[in-house]
Write a protein that binds this ligand. Structure first.
Ligand code: HEM
Length: 274
């Protein structure tokens, strides 16, 4: 009798929603851990040389353009870009933790302002470097990352506008979109390393850092996370258990790939440079 009473459309929808929430929480936990490792890399590699030698500290770092004599604006864009990256990569996950938002609202507001400023300025600096000095990639890969910069600017403006209008439900959605667009460079590194681990690097010319896989990844680094986020919003409020399960399984699979990427990026890319 009890079993029959429990097997109602409402109880099935609740089960589906729990699966959506559990998979999203696991994804966030692992993504936050991966952001933490990238943050440690940024703090360890870029901050000490810039603190002791200023702009010239960029020389010899793992930057394709690094320090260029006479290019004051380009050097300033590069140094602010890698220093602000710490705020973007460290601040993003912190802003999305409900407990932090609820218990420390003033901290959330100030970190939010700093995060927004850092993400938007990093995007502008990144655009400037991409089109004036970066030797990496070709036109298609530059177009891919430039669209990400535009998305960061648009999502940042929308997150700010909805917060000022005190429309917090809307604000939460724009802030989540901003987080994924601003972390696209992290998804790129993790996606690249997962692909190299799983396939040996099919579709990548490592000499020129071009190739079909890199073109796809150049757009997928933000389009895939953003598409999953829109699906999450739908799955969360839907009563269609099939769709909720399909979402949860897809997210779990992607979380598995992301974990492989975090592991190999840490061991092969970040730790050796620290
Ligand atoms: C807002 C989020 C972003 C973060 C957190 C970020 C982070 C970083 C980091 C840490 C580096 C140093 C390379 C490394 O050690 O891995 C870097 C380099 C670079 N980034 Fe970004 N980035 C962001 C957005 C962008 C965007 C949107 C663009 C282009 C439109 C861009 C273009 C570049 C370029 C060209 C370099 C190489 C700089 C040089 O060699 O002088 N970045 N970024």
């Amino acid at each position: 009798m009890n079993d029959i009473a429990l097997d109602t459309p409402a109880s099935r929808a609740a089960l589906g929603r729990r699966a959506v929430q559990a998979s999203a929480r696991l994804w966030f936990l692992i993504a936050a851990l991966g952001h933490g490792i990238f943050l440690i890399y940024i703090l360890a590699v870029f901050f000490p040389p810039v603190a002791s030698h200023g702009l010239a500290g960029l020389d010899g770092l793992h930057l394709p353009s690094g320090f260029r004599e006479g290019d004051a604006l380009g050097n300033l864009a590069a140094v602010s870009h890698v220093l602000l990256a710490a705020l973007v990569i460290g601040g993003g996950p912190l802003q999305l933790i409900p407990g932090v938002r609820q218990r420390f609202p003033i901290f959330h507001r100030w970190l939010g302002r700093a995060y927004l400023f850092a993400a938007m300025l990093s995007a502008l600096g990144g655009l400037y470097m991409t089109w004036t000095r970066s030797p990496i990639g070709d036109l298609l890969s530059k177009a891919g990352i430039s669209i990400d910069a535009i998305l960061i600017l648009v999502f940042g403006a929308m997150a700010l506008r909805s917060a000022l209008a005190r429309r917090f439900d809307l604000h939460r959605r724009w802030a989540m979109r901003l987080f994924l667009a601003a972390s696209a460079v992290w998804f790129f590194r993790v996606g690249l390393m997962a692909w190299v681990t799983l396939t040996g690097g099919i579709g990548i010319d490592f000499e020129t850092f071009t190739g079909p896989f890199l073109y796809v990844l150049g757009f997928a680094q933000y389009l895939l996370p953003l598409a999953m986020l829109e699906w999450y919003f739908r799955a969360h409020r839907s009563s269609d258990q099939g769709m909720q399960l399909a979402f949860s399984i897809t997210l779990l699979l992607l979380t598995g790939v992301m974990s492989i990427g975090i592991g190999t990026a840490t061991m092969g890319m970040w730790l050796p440079r620290m």
